[in-house]
Design a protein around this ligand. Structure first.
Ligand SMILES: Cc1ncc(COP(=O)(O)O)c(C=O)c1O
Length: 396
């Protein structure tokens, strides 16, 4: 095997080449090692691998060459010392939190979280004796006020799903560290291209690789990125012993996805920004939310911590659920889906899907009205997308 981890190159070049391990066949594209386990020439070699004296792979639940290439490539782009891939984004979130926590600990999280992440914090962790407090992530004093002597970790996503609030990662990291806690950031909505939470002070970044990293609707995956010390202490053993492992096949799909990620995300971001401008004056639109807009509630924080806007736009249709449903049902090109970050433009009605589990007053607190829709820009020609949205608005 030969490696290619040349640190001279810029991040986008490293997304194409970093982490590659070529076999003796000299393949151009990365090989897919679809194997459960590995064999050893001698019992002594096997012993040395297990004791860690000799490097090498042992068992694909926790080490596999294709999975390692995916982990190393994303780590190189993200500027992380280490990464671990998982079967889904939720497996990554669960491991990043549970790997750090024990009964008696306390977690502080922003209340604007993807539905399943909120379930982990609000419902799952308390079943194991871990207390949690949800705060308005955009208000720094609420993080400070929530700290207890037992607080071990802070958790947030930014931009948030679906209302695209921006939370100040640097400031929240400082509050967490002053309290002796860590900060875990779900960077799905920003993508690795537009935001680097580790550089802003976060201790751990998680992704649903299902979203932009695959970006073509094919497979699920997740990733946890952090320092070697964080991964060794909190993540590696948890994953190895509990087994939420990614298939080498899915890791290979995601590895190839990384090569085109910047090209796709730039195009999707341009389309999302154009839609946010084109639709804002439409008489059927009550509210337009886009992190790149100067009228965004946290525009200053977005400018400070993000290198680009977002591939997602949220907007409120006048007339509540009935009007939003008429709009969705009239779309011909943009498809109704709860997914995002895909090459196909997708649209979601959060109140009846991703955030259905919340009580109406909790949705109201988060700004998720019955007329709100979340649009994820695809790779189609932007004019075709805009024309489809306009014709459907006429029927809303
Ligand atoms: C912000 C965010 N985090 C985590 C997840 C979970 O990812 P997965 O569906 O890959 O488990 C999602 C999925 O929609 C998400 O939007």
């Amino acid at each position: 095997m030969t490696g290619s981890d040349d640190r001279r190159y810029r991040p986008e070049t490293r997304l194409v080449h970093a982490g590659q391990m070529r076999s003796g066949f000299g393949e151009t594209s990365e090989a897919l090692f679809m194997t459960q386990g590995f064999v050893y020439d001698t019992a002594e070699e096997c012993e040395a691998r297990f004791s860690g004296e000799e490097p090498g792979f042992l068992y694909s639940r926790f080490s596999n060459p294709t999975i390692a290439m995916f982990e190393r490539r994303l780590a190189a782009f993200e500027g992380a010392e280490a990464a671990r891939a998982t079967a889904s984004g939720m497996a990554a979130v669960t491991a990043a939190l549970m790997g750090q926590l024990k009964a008696g600990d306390h977690v502080v999280a922003a209340r604007a979280l993807f539905g399943s992440c909120r379930y982990i914090v609000e419902n799952l962790l308390p079943r194991f004796g871990v207390a949690s407090t949800l705060v308005d992530g955009t208000k720094l004093e609420t993080w400070r006020d929530a700290v207890r002597p037992t607080t071990r970790t802070f958790f947030l996503e930014t931009p948030t799903n679906p209302t695209l609030e921006i939370i100040d990662i640097k400031e929240v990291a400082a509050i967490a560290h002053a309290a002796g806690a860590t900060l875990v950031v779900d960077n799905v909505f920003a993508t690795p291209l537009w935001q680097s939470p580790l550089a802003l002070g976060a201790d751990c970044v998680v992704y649903s690789a299902t979203k932009h990293i695959d970006g073509q609707g094919r497979c699920l995956g997740g990733v946890i990125l952090a320092s070697e010390a964080f991964i060794d202490k909190h993540v590696h053993t948890f994953l190895r012993q509990t087994g939420p492992s990614i298939s080498p096949f899915n890791a290979w799909v995601l590895l190839k996805g990384l090569e085109t990620l910047p090209v796709r995300v730039r195009r999707q971001t341009d389309t999302a920004a154009a839609i946010s401008v084109a639709l804002v004056e439409h008489p059927k639109i009550a509210r337009m939310i886009y992190p790149g807009r100067p009228d965004h509630a946290q525009a200053g924080v977005a400018r400070k911590q993000m290198r680009g806007g977002s591939t997602i736009v949220a907007f409120e249709i006048k007339g509540g659920k009935a009007a939003a449903f008429r709009f969705l049902n009239a779309l011909k090109l943009v498809r109704i889906s709860n997914n995002l970050g895909d090459s196909k433009s997708l649209i979601t009605h959060p109140a009846t899907t991703t955030h259905q589990r919340l009580r109406p007053e909790e949705r109201a607190e988060l700004g998720i009205g019955d007329g709100l829709v979340r649009f994820s820009a695809g790779l189609e020609h932007p004019d075709d997308v805009a024309e489809d949205l306009f014709q459907a608005l006429e029927r809303a």
